[in-house]
Design a protein around this ligand. Structure first.
Ligand code: AMP
Ligand code: GLY
Length: 437
């Protein structure tokens, strides 16, 4: 079978790498791909926004399964287009992808399904939202523990966590008046700030059966110790000890099952990856957001550990036959992924700097370097995005996986390239805290 993966990030490189290991697969194409997918698969120069071009390629090349990586083409209805043409495709429909495409839709659904989440209000104008803040926090110097969110897709940037009234008003101004995130800010949400540890729990579902994947933890702030601006994610590891087996059961029964049912009741049956971003609060797990795709970078350490043929899993989901799949097999060893980023990320950065050492990093035992923002220029790998590489390693413990990943990071060099040094340390903190209790 020939498989087409759509996207060009670290997630898509990991998917293409895993899919190409399936004995059922003859060719893996990635549109448009990066320098890493050019090596492990075949790149096709079609943009993720070029729906007709993607459809034409799939038809002309007899693609047996298409896997959509990023959220934007899902929200734009790519799966509906492929489905209408009788092509097999992994991912949710446009109507189901609204779970990520609209935070207002998501919050309303969670509310209806009685799923624990932060209390919230939604607004259509900056004036209404500002009035609400001013009424709730009357004094200019009042603290205000709220989070202001643009309704639509904003590449993970349309969420502003505030401490004070003036920060909240500034956030409203940026989102709803100055429209810094474009039409994503046509509606906005103000919600209660939750306190706790964050975890990512991803599940594969065909709308009936739910297969939960081991819990992972991302690191969204740019710098060590969770300081600095939010990013797309600077590293992840799995499984995370902060989600105990009991907690996982609670997340399944209180979050995943009710959401899959509610989507079915809303006549938007969900097929694909349901990704719950959770805050583990003192009163239990609460949903921060839903994504409708594999997380990036969570996908990289997850797929590094998956032993089951991923094509069987993706195909069964697309066909609505997930109940027929054997339980997933996982490598017992934990894995971690350290993201290496361009100088200046998450703000502006220069592209086109030559990267060396990827091959020697890749040759280390239990290491795989997934490419994200890279491309080939004159046969050399250069940086072409903010998050550039996802250096991923397995180890007998989280600590040894971490050591191995950072050993691989040391092999890789380019001007201004950097990474967080503390990916997965929260797992060790959690262990220490648990043993002190
Ligand atoms: P989101 O894109 O909604 O997951 O938000 C991005 C990040 O903002 C999350 O990973 C959290 O760190 C933070 N965040 C979002 N909502 C809340 C909340 N209600 N309370 C505290 N932090 C939040
Ligand atoms: N790792 C966060 C995301 O994929 O949205």
């Amino acid at each position: 079978m020939k498989v087409l993966v759509i996207g060009n990030g670290g997630r898509e490189h990991a998917l293409a790498w895993k899919i190409s290991q399936s004995p059922r697969v003859t060719n893996v194409y990635v549109a448009p791909g990066n320098a890493g997918t050019a090596k492990d698969a075949t790149n096709v120069p079609i943009a993720v926004t070029d729906q007709e071009g993607l459809l034409r390629f799939a038809k002309e090349n007899d693609i047996g399964l298409t896997v959509v990586g990023p959220e934007a083409p899902l929200v734009d209805g790519l799966v509906d287009l492929f489905g209408a043409e009788g092509l097999k495709v992994f991912g949710p429909s446009k109507a189901a992808a609204e779970l990520e495409g609209s935070k207002v839709f998501c919050k309303n659904l969670l509310h209806m399904a009685n799923v624990p989440t932060a209390t919230y209000q939604s607004f259509r104008t900056a004036e209404e939202a500002s009035r609400y803040i001013k009424e709730r926090y009357p004094e200019p110097e009042d603290s205000a523990n709220v989070v202001v969110k643009a309704d639509g897709l904003a590449a993970g940037k349309g969420v502003i966590v505030c401490d004070t009234r003036s920060e909240a008003l500034e956030a409203i101004d940026r989102i709803a008046a100055r429209k810094e995130f474009g039409t994503a800010g046509n509606e906005l949400i103000i919600e209660e700030k939750l306190i706790g540890m964050e975890a990512s729990v991803l599940a594969i579902t065909d709308g009936e059966t739910i297969v939960t994947l081991p819990a992972a933890q991302d690191h969204k702030p740019a710098y060590d110790g969770d300081l600095g601006p939010n990013t797309g994610g600077m590293g992840a590891y799995c499984p995370t000890p902060i989600v105990s087996p009991e907690m996982m059961e609670k997340i399944e029964s209180e979050v995943l099952v009710p959401v899959v049912h509610a989507m079915k009741r809303a006549r938007r049956p969900f097929k694909g990856v349901l990704y719950a971003g959770l805050m583990l609060t003192s009163s239990g797990p609460k949903v921060l957001e839903f994504n409708v795709r594999f997380g990036d970078p969570e996908c990289q350490p997850l797929l590094m550990r998956l032993k089951t043929d991923i094509v069987d899993l993706l195909e069964a989901t697309a066909e609505g036959k997930l109940s027929e799949i054997e339980p997933l097999q996982w490598d017992e060893r934990p894995s971690i992924c350290v993201v290496m980023a361009s100088e200046g990320y998450p703000d502006n950065y220069e592209k086109g700097r030559v990267i060396t050492g990827i091959d020697s990093a890749d040759e280390l035992e239990n290491v795989k370097v997934f490419h994200a923002g890279t491309s080939l220029e004159n046969n050399e790998v250069v940086n072409d995005g903010g998050r550039v590489l996802g250096v991923t390693a397995l180890g007998t413990t989280i600590s040894t996986a971490k050591l191995q990943a950072y050993k691989a990071v040391k092999e890789i060099r380019w001007r201004g390239g950097w990474c967080r040094k503390d990916i997965s340390d929260k797992a060790l903190d959690a262990r220490t805290n648990n043993s002190n209790n």
